[in-house]
Design a protein around this ligand. Structure first.
Ligand SMILES: NC(=O)c1ccc[n+]([C@@H]2O[C@H](COP(=O)([O-])OP(=O)(O)OC[C@H]3O[C@@H](n4cnc5c(N)ncnc54)[C@H](O)[C@@H]3O)[C@@H](O)[C@H]2O)c1
Ligand SMILES: N[C@@H](CCO)C(=O)O
Ligand code: NA
Length: 434
């Protein structure tokens, strides 16, 4: 029989055997024949490593060699590529990455935290060794958005890239919205479904989305990765009443990561936003992610798919392995590291848009006038306002949507109200996606 394969098998070492690692083994077993045809050779896990050898992971690990010292994989001639699925920005994942890339071993990872912090250094090592550093699973899970931005959109000047980058938050927000269930209960469910990070505060405080945005911004704008420049707010302070008020006003709340490059620098922010119902992001539900990129020739690109969970994430990891087998890879961040430019951080205060403001206030005369005076003096124009009494135990809710204006005026409004004994707690500010 003719051998249809162009190459000998691609021999894979898999480090980290949790949600994603287990998914990779299942996928490679299930689709082995098809993958071999597409890759030009069989893609075979030959060695595995994780923290606990004896843990039951629900997959048969007996065919694979167990390796205690994961770093020894870097220099083994019988391993063609190492896949890192441990997680964590520093620590064992970074040590392993450095060992592998220094030793000229192709490296595939799903670790956005590590890339957001050390991506440039790792890309330099990969470049020096002329080897693959691939990370499709790191951003928006199964959606081929790294490929889409690196390759498909490569000819375009990108004006803006934004989207829903965290499946856990999207699952929490949309389940709270649809089923009226509480935050903690839904978070627990997202953890059970394998969506959440080892430390779920990375999800709900927006850090995970900021890691992903850092990577996307570099790909979109040819800039150096700059995680520290991402202004990050999570969903902890979104309350059920915000979701209800947003709905009454014709919006849905989504955690949005957005990067935009302009004359005054690079603007990068992750924060809960009000998304108009006629925007496609308003219809991205559950663990789905979506990324929008606006290019000067292609127009608006919209990528959507599963952003978390074993199957979708494994799909992205194995796509990277197929690229390694095909010998199809290039610069990790779409151009040589030396061609990436540093960028100033744009002043958020100068951004123009509409804003939702929610106050909890004392139920007494003059409170609305006090808020209205603060907006007037700060130069904020009100488009609509809702006041709801009684149904809140802790005061009266006042929700405002402003006309488009500079964000610095919103800050000024809040500064003017700071310390007022009419207000209960901290006001909620969410910008409105245009
Ligand atoms: N779960 C998802 O939906 C998803 C999606 C995209 C990307 N990711 C990323 O994939 C990576 C893995 O995520 P996961 O959800 O599979 O995590 P997990 O917690 O389910 O699995 C982690 C694995 O790494 C091993 N590990 C942890 N610390 C180790 C150490 N010090 N030494 C050796 N092994 C160690 C654990 O034993 C476990 O096998 C992370 O970088 C995560 O951010 C996850
Ligand atoms: N914890 C991440 C996993 C995918 O990167 C999420 O919820 O989106
Ligand atoms: Na992806």
């Amino acid at each position: 029989m003719t051998n249809l394969h162009r190459h000998a098998p691609l021999r894979v070492a898999l480090v980290g055997l949790g949600t994603v690692g287990g998914g990779v083994i299942r996928l490679l077993n299930t689709n082995a024949a098809l993958i071999a045809r597409r890759a030009g050779c069989p893609v075979q896990v030959v060695a595995i490593s994780a923290r606990d050898r004896n843990k039951d992971r629900g997959v048969d690990l007996s065919p694979y060699e167990w390796v205690d010292d994961m770093n020894s994989l870097a220099t083994r001639d019988d391993i063609d590529v190492v896949v890192e699925l441990i997680g964590g920005s520093d620590g064992p994942a970074l040590t392993l990455a450095r060992h592998c890339l220094n030793a000229g071993k192709p490296f595939v990872t799903a670790n956005k935290a590590m890339l957001a912090h050390h991506g440039l250094d790792l890309a330099r090592l990969a470049e020096k060794g002329g080897i693959a550093l691939k990370y499709e699973a790191a951003v928006a899970g199964g959606i081929p958005v790294i490929k889409g931005m690196r390759e498909g959109a490569a000819a375009n000047e990108i004006s803006r890239v934004y989207g829903i980058l965290n499946g856990t938050c999207n699952y929490i927000l949309t389940t709270m919205e649809k089923e009226g269930r509480g935050f903690d209960e839904v978070l627990k469910e997202a953890q059970e479904l394998g969506y959440a990070e080892a430390d779920p505060s990375f999800d709900i405080d927006g850090v995970d989305a900021a890691h992903k945005l850092t990577i996307l911004a570099s790909l979109a704008f040819g800039t150096e990765l700059d995680f520290a420049a991402v202004a990050t707010t999570g969903i902890r302070h979104v309350i059920a009443a915000d979701i209800a008020e947003a709905a009454a006003l014709g919006f849905r709340i989504r955690l949005v990561g957005m990067a935009q490059n302009g004359a005054d620098g690079l603007f990068q922010r992750v924060h809960p936003m009000l998304v108009p119902l006629d925007h496609p992001l308003a219809h991205v539900d559950g663990s789905l992610n979506a990324v929008v990129a606006e290019g000067n020739f292609v127009g608006r690109l919209f990528f959507q798919g599963r952003g978390a969970g074993d199957g979708p994430t494994a799909s992205a990891v194995v796509a990277d392995l197929i690229d390694v087998a095909r010998d199809e890879y290039g610069d990790a961040f779409a151009m040589p590291v030396a061609a990436l430019t540093p960028q100033n951080t744009a002043d958020a205060g100068a951004r123009v848009g509409r804003t939702y403001l929610r106050f909890m206030v004392q139920d007494r005369p003059g409170v609305l006038a006090e808020i209205a005076a603060a907006t007037r003096d700060a130069g904020v124009s009100i488009e609509s306002m809702i006041q709801r009494g009684a149904h809140q135990d802790d005061g009266v809710l006042v929700a405002i949507v402003t006309h488009a204006g500079e964000e610095r005026c919103i800050r000024d409004t809040l500064d003017r109200l700071a310390g007022s004994d009419s207000l209960i707690g901290t006001p909620m500010v969410m910008h409105i996606l245009d």
